[in-house]
Design a protein around this ligand. Structure first.
Ligand SMILES: *Cc1c(COP(=O)(O)O)cnc(C)c1O
Length: 397
C-alpha cells in the first residue's frame, strides 16, 4: 500500500495533501479501502454522491447511453438534452437552463450572465457592474470564482483577479444594504456555506436578501452546488426560507456521483441576455451527462432521499447535540449536512473516527462536516452516532 501512496505522490501535482487512505470500492453509504476495511462515508466526495456510491439505476443509465451515443456537440440537437432540461427546469421552477460540467464553470457562467444582464438590462455601464459575495464563501477555483473568494490564501499570487467584487459577513444585512448601489448587478451566496464550515445564516437573512434584490433590481444568485438536491432535507436550501433566487447553480450530485454535470437555471428575462456565440462548453449537456443526470434526479425523487435526509438528519443532529464534551463548541446543521465545531484542531478526531469505521473530514481546521450519502439507513446512522460520540465524549469532562 505504501507503494500506492508513493506512486501517486511522485506524479501528483502538489495542490493536495490527502490522508493516507486509498479507497477501492463503494456501494450506497459504504466505502472500502484497498485492504477491504469498510467505512460509512460521511464525506460523499463533498456531497457529490448524494444518491449513494455506484447506484445501480444510475450505472444502468450510464451503460445504456454509452452504447448509443456519448457526445453530440451543441452545434446539433441530441435526443435527450431537451428531456433532461425539462426535468431539471420543472424541479427548479425555472424556464431555462444552461448545462456546464463542473461547479466552478457554473459560477463563471453566472458571473458572465450577471455582468451582461447589468449592462444590457439594468443599464450599468459596461465594465462597471459590481457583485456582492459573502465572506467565508466557496465558489470554486477558476479565476472568476476565485475572485469571489474572501480567503486571501486561495488568491495569493494568482492575481490580477476580477475587480468590482464586494464582501459582507454572511448574515450582515445592514452592511449588505450599504454595499448595494446603482452598479450592483448580483448578490451571490451559498444558502448554507459548505467549505466555510456548515454556516447557517441568521433566521430570515435569505428572505431579506430576496427582498433587497427585488427593491434594488439586483439578481439573487444561489450557489446550491453543494447544498442543493436534498442535502439539507429540502430540494434546494433556499426553500428553508421559502425563497426562490433568480439564478440557481447546481453541480456535484447533479451527476449522481458518476459523471460531472453542472447547471445554471434562470427565467427568460435573465437567461436571454446570452445569445448565440456569447457562451458555451464543448462537453456541456452531452448525451451521457444528460442520461446520467436524469437517472440521478429520478433516484433522488423515487427513493425519497430528500425525506430521508430530513428525517435521519434531524435524528443525527439531535443525538450529536447530546454529546457531553468540553471540546465541542457547537453542533449545527440541516438535513444530512451537519457541522461539529471543536475548540481545537479536528483532524486527530477525524482520524480516530476513520479508525473506527466512519469516514469524515474536517474543514476550516476545527469543524467536522458530516455529509453522508442521502441513501444512508437508520442502522448506519446509529453507527455514525455511536462512533462520533465515543471519539468526542472521551475527550470531554
Ligand atoms: C464544490 C463547490 C463549487 C465548485 O465546484 P467544482 O465542481 O469543484 O468546480 C462551487 N460552489 C460550491 C458551494 C461548492 O461546494
Amino acid at each position: 500500500m505504501n507503494d500506492l501512496f508513493a506512486l501517486t505522490d511522485q506524479y501528483s501535482s502538489n495542490n493536495y495533501s490527502p490522508l493516507k487512505l486509498a479507497l477501492a470500492k463503494g456501494r450506497g453509504a459504504k466505502v472500502w479501502d484497498v485492504e477491504d476495511n469498510s467505512y460509512i462515508d460521511c464525506v460523499s466526495g463533498f456531497s457529490v454522491v448524494n444518491q449513494g456510491h455506484c447506484h445501480p439505476k444510475i450505472i444502468k443509465a450510464f451503460q445504456e447511453q454509452s452504447e448509443k451515443i456519448t457526445m453530440v456537440s451543441r452545434a446539433l440537437y441530441s435526443d435527450n438534452l431537451g428531456k433532461w432540461e425539462e426535468k431539471i427546469c420543472s424541479l427548479a421552477n425555472k424556464e431555462k437552463v444552461l448545462p456546464m460540467n463542473t461547479g466552478t464553470e457554473a459560477i463563471e457562467t453566472a458571473i458572465k450572465i450577471a455582468r451582461k444582464w447589468g449592462s444590457d438590462i439594468k443599464g450599468v455601464n459596461d465594465g462597471e457592474g459590481e457583485i456582492i459575495a459573502m465572506k467565508g464563501n466557496f465558489h470554486g477555483r477558476t479565476l472568476g470564482a476565485l475572485s469571489l473568494s474572501s480567503q486571501e490564501s486561495y488568491k495569493q499570487g494568482f492575481g490580477p483577479l476580477l475587480n468590482n467584487v464586494h464582501y459582507t459577513d454572511f448574515g450582515d444585512l445592514s452592511h449588505l444594504k450599504d454595499l448595494i448601489n446603482k452598479n450592483t448587478t448580483a448578490i451571490i451566496l451559498e444558502p448554507i456555506q459548505g467549505e466555510g464550515g456548515v454556516n447557517i445564516p441568521p433566521d430570515n437573512f435569505i428572505k431579506e436578501v430576496r427582498k433587497l434584490c427585488d427593491e434594488h433590481n439586483v439578481l439573487f444568485i444561489a450557489d446550491e452546488i453543494q447544498v442543493g438536491l436534498g442535502r439539507t432535507g429540502k430540494m434546494f436550501a433556499t426553500e428553508w426560507e421559502g425563497v426562490e433566487p433568480d439564478i440557481y447553480l447546481l453541480g456535484k450530485s447533479l451527476g449522481g456521483g458518476l459523471y460531472p454535470i453542472s447547471a445554471v437555471l434562470a427565467n427568460h428575462d435573465v437567461m436571454d441576455v446570452l445569445t448565440p456565440g456569447t457562451h458555451g462548453s464543448t462537453f456541456g449537456g452531452n448525451p451521457l451527462a444528460c442520461a446520467v443526470s436524469m437517472a440521478a434526479l429520478d433516484v433522488l425523487i423515487e427513493e425519497k432521499l430528500i425525506e430521508n435526509s430530513a428525517k435521519l438528519g434531524q435524528k443525527l443532529l439531535n443525538q450529536l447535540q447530546l454529546i457531553d464534551s468540553n471540546i465541542i463548541s457547537d453542533v449545527r446543521g440541516r438535513g444530512l449536512f451537519i457541522g461539529i465545531e471543536l475548540t481545537e484542531a479536528a483532524q486527530p478526531y477525524c482520524l480516530e473516527m476513520i479508525e473506527k469505521g466512519v469516514l469524515c473530514k474536517e474543514t476550516q481546521g476545527n469543524i467536522i462536516r458530516i455529509a453522508p450519502p442521502l441513501v444512508i439507513n437508520e442502522q448506519e446512522i446509529d453507527k455514525v452516532i455511536s462512533v462520533i460520540t465515543e471519539v468526542l465524549e472521551k475527550s470531554g469532562k
